[in-house]
Design a protein around this ligand. Structure first.
Ligand SMILES: NC(=O)c1ccc[n+]([C@@H]2O[C@H](COP(=O)([O-])OP(=O)(O)OC[C@H]3O[C@@H](n4cnc5c(N)ncnc54)[C@H](O)[C@@H]3O)[C@@H](O)[C@H]2O)c1
Length: 340
């Protein structure tokens, strides 16, 4: 049994607590939040997706800390699940790794690629395993796409387009671009990372976006340059109007088929093969969170590196995203540097 401590009981901490209820082999033994009401389990939080963060978890037997650093020092905790706001990821991740804990870090891995490098360095010296919670790598319908691309069963990819637009989440963090990184870092990185997962590091990116007064980019569209795939594009953004909801889609054109994912469509994933009727692809139930957590728990139990969503991959995705932001600022294509 892996004994877990969850640090930060905001939108994502509560979402993870939900997920642990469906994961065998793990038990939440400690929680930390500096907000007393959240620590007492009295607050629920609204996520982008209906059904996310349902509540109903029982924290009666869990140790409670008002500072995540105290939870990291708890010798009863094997794995720290870090659900703090992004600028705090590096400091807490490094402390947890130095304490020899396994660590799951919410995406984005860190606020900057320099901070991501600090986490990589700490992990290299630690006995703890580390994984970044890039949940799209586990979201029903997205591993299917990865498998379809890798197997080439519909031929090579001719075009891949991704769209992710939602209402700006509630809370001061999301309205403060220097903290959250705006929609580009906080939301669009899901697609940046998945494109990286599918096709590797692009050589160049060309991005356009809307930059707010505080420097945050809240709407971005990027063309990713690959030698092997002619057309790879992703658009992501936040809108201020309540009632817009949340759109999460991909359209991937293979040589002999088109795959269409739309979270709002039932069924969410459809495949149209040359000369055949469109078919719905059966998907596992739920969201990506329970699958990513179950995967990491399995890795810990087996002593295996979580290669499916490594912190090195997440650091590289941060490098791609930073190149996208530089392209928005400069108005020119930008070469993508690897994590140094
Ligand atoms: N994977 C996804 O789909 C997804 C979705 C949204 C957000 N996120 C990411 O999850 C992270 C957290 O976002 P959120 O919306 O849950 O934030 P949040 O502000 O709702 O929650 C953060 C919590 O941390 C607590 N906290 C602050 N300092 C602390 C400390 N020293 N010790 C213990 N607790 C402390 C706060 O009181 C708060 O409850 C961010 O990095 C965000 O980008 C991921």
């Amino acid at each position: 049994m892996v004994k877990v401590g969850v640090v930060g009981l905001g939108m994502m901490g509560l979402t993870h607590l939900d997920a642990y209820q469906g994961v065998s082999g793990a038990r939440v033994v400690a929680v930390a939040d500096k907000d007393d009401a959240r620590l007492a389990g009295q607050v629920n939080a609204r996520g982008n997706i209906p059904g996310q963060s349902r509540g109903g978890y029982d924290l009666t037997d869990a140790a409670r800390y008002s500072d995540g650093m105290d939870l990291i020092r708890d010798s009863n905790v094997d794995m720290v699940d870090l659900c703090l706001v992004t600028p705090l990821h590096a400091r807490f991740a490094v402390a947890a790794l130095e304490a020899g804990k396994h660590i799951l870090i919410e995406k984005p891995l860190a606020r900057t690629s320099d901070q991501a490098r600090q986490i990589l360095d700490a992990q290299a010296k630690s006995s703890g395993l580390a994984m970044c919670a890039q949940c799209m790598r586990f979201w029903p319908g997205w591993p299917w796409l990865k498998q379809a691309v890798d197997s080439r069963r519909y031929g090579p990819v001719r075009s891949a387009t991704f769209l992710r637009i939602g209402e700006t989440p509630d809370g001061p963090f999301y309205h403060d671009s220097p903290s959250s990184g705006g929609a580009a870092l906080d939301l669009h990185i899901h697609d940046t990372d998945f494109i990286h997962h599918l096709f590797g590091m692009p050589t160049q990116v060309t991005s356009v976006g809307r930059t707010k007064a505080d420097g945050g980019v809240d709407h971005i569209t990027t063309l990713y340059r690959y030698d092997t795939v002619p057309h790879v594009v992703a658009e992501g953004g936040w809108v201020p109007q309540k009632g817009y909801g949340f759109k999460m889609q991909y359209t991937v054109m293979f040589e002999r088929a088109i795959a269409l994912f739309d979270l709002a469509h039932k069924p969410a994933l459809r495949l149209i093969e040359d000369g055949k009727e469109p078919v719905a692809i059966d998907l596992d139930p739920g969201m990506g969170y329970e699958y990513e957590i179950a995967y990491f728990i399995d890795c810990i139990a087996a002593g295996r590196e979580p290669e499916r969503s490594s912190i090195r991959d997440a650091a590289q995705s941060l490098c791609i995203l930073e190149a996208e932001l530089e392209s928005v600022a400069s108005g020119r294509p930008q070469f993508v540097a690897d994590i140094t």
